[in-house]
Design a binder for this molecule. Structure first.
Ligand SMILES: [Zn+2]
Length: 401
């Protein structure tokens, strides 16, 4: 996570009297799923937009202007005029220079439905999540085939945490419900996450190492397949991580982080699932992990209202409980003074849109001197990975509460 001081130190605008630098549009990316399409505009600096919606006889359109903005030199040529999407209700995006200093962007719909627009920072992005109008229909259909269809087991649809009756082997259960596990080592590349300067430790290095260790343990199961959202020290935007899990049809999603708090005595292990919260400390952790302004965090409420109906909240809570219980038990058996901070809910953007049970784990505080020294050792990282592995197996076996 980012320290609050680092977030509040971000530049919030041009100096008084100085003309604002021209912004550059660097890319437009999109991700399509059964329930929604996510469109992301990458910009070189902050631009606020005021989009307008026109509901016409033929579908409708949404458009907005990027003022004082031009195309970056490396803007993809094939996206210069039109991006054909034809996924869900969004048919295409048109992009063009509207005036000398203005780029106009138009979304053409075959039927315009609900959408949310918000801003992400570092680097600055404008994100649209556009929902299908028939999201409930598609959701109902999806419920009937939980997890990917497994070879030789047609018709099996029980979620793993409600599997009852008898005690089938783990391998059999794995075959039925959970096959592909997506591990998300938090941060990476230009985003170091929390930094402990005294020990020269960066969150991004620790999360990658723990992720790789968990990958190695899981790979011993022939029935399991692991996907890392980043296998190396590289920058992957938050909004892309759940998209990687979705497009690879992951069955479980774990985002690994190290914690940080202004109170240096804060220590312990905690796990989160996606939901709104009134707990100020949980909100603070989410704001730091999201690298979002308080204003954007407020916007998250309406986004969550939309998407929570389609999220696997109860499965994600159970999954988080399994991870937390196993991690704490395993660490306590090997180390002293392991504090169990429990399972909490908070609006983490990295989990938003994940279509499988998902959890974000904060595996000790990098801001706590003793915990940071532990996080520096291979023994502790291995124990965290083993604890997470046991939690995954616990969830698959349906031992969650
Ligand atoms: Zn983090």
């Amino acid at each position: 996570m980012f320290l609050l001081a680092a977030v509040s130190a971000l530049p919030c605008g041009p100096a008084l009297g100085a003309a604002p630098a021209q912004a550059r549009l660097e890319n437009i990316r999109y991700y399509s799923y059964p329930e929604y399409t996510r469109v992301v505009l990458d910009l070189s600096r902050e631009i606020k937009i005021g989009e307008k919606v026109l509901k016409g006889g033929e579908g409708g359109r949404l458009f907005f202007d990027l003022k004082n903005c031009r195309f970056a030199l490396n803007y993809p040529r094939e996206k210069m005029n039109e991006i054909r999407i034809a996924a869900g209700n969004l048919q295409r995006i048109r992009i063009g220079r509207f005036q000398a200093q203005t780029i106009r962007v138009v979304f053409d719909f075959d039927r315009i439905g609900k959408y949310n627009r918000f801003y992400l920072t570092s680097p600055f992005r404008i994100v649209f999540d556009i929902y299908r109008q028939d999201e409930f229909v598609s959701h109902a259909r999806r419920q009937g085939r939980e997890g990917p269809p497994a070879a030789g087991t047609p018709g099996e649809g029980a979620p793993p945490d409600t599997a009852g009756g008898g005690t089938p082997s783990i391998a059999r259960q794995l075959g039925l419900g959970v096959h592909r596990i997506v591990i998300d080592p938090g941060h990476g590349g230009k985003d170091p996450g929390t930094v402990n300067r005294a020990l020269g430790l960066k969150e991004k290095d620790i999360t990658l190492d723990i992720g790789k260790r968990l990958n190695a343990i899981l790979n011993e199961h022939r029935d399991l397949e692991v996907i890392l959202t980043r296998p190396r020290d590289e920058y992957v935007p938050l909004e892309e991580r759940a998209a990687i899990a979705n497009s690879n049809q992951g069955d479980l999603f774990i985002s690994i982080h190290t914690n940080s708090a202004p109170r240096l005595g804060a220590r312990g292990v905690e796990s989160y699932f996606l939901n709104m919260t009134t707990d100020p400390r949980a909100m603070e952790v989410a704001a730091q992990e999201n690298a979002m302004s308080t204003k954007s965090m407020a916007d998250m409420r309406s986004i969550l209202d939309q998407i929570l109906r389609n999220s696997k909240i109860s499965e994600s809570r159970t999954f988080s409980q399994c991870l937390q219980a196993s991690m704490v038990a395993h660490l306590k058996a090997k180390f002293d003074a392991i504090e169990d901070l429990g399972v909490k809910k908070a609006p983490f953007y990295v989990l938003l849109g994940a279509q499988m049970p998902s959890s974000l784990v904060e595996v000790s505080f990098l801001s706590h001197a003793a915990e940071a020294r532990r996080l520096a050792t291979p023994e502790y990282r291995q124990a965290v990975a083993a604890g997470l592995y046991l939690g995954i197996i616990r969830f698959i076996q349906g031992l969650g509460k």
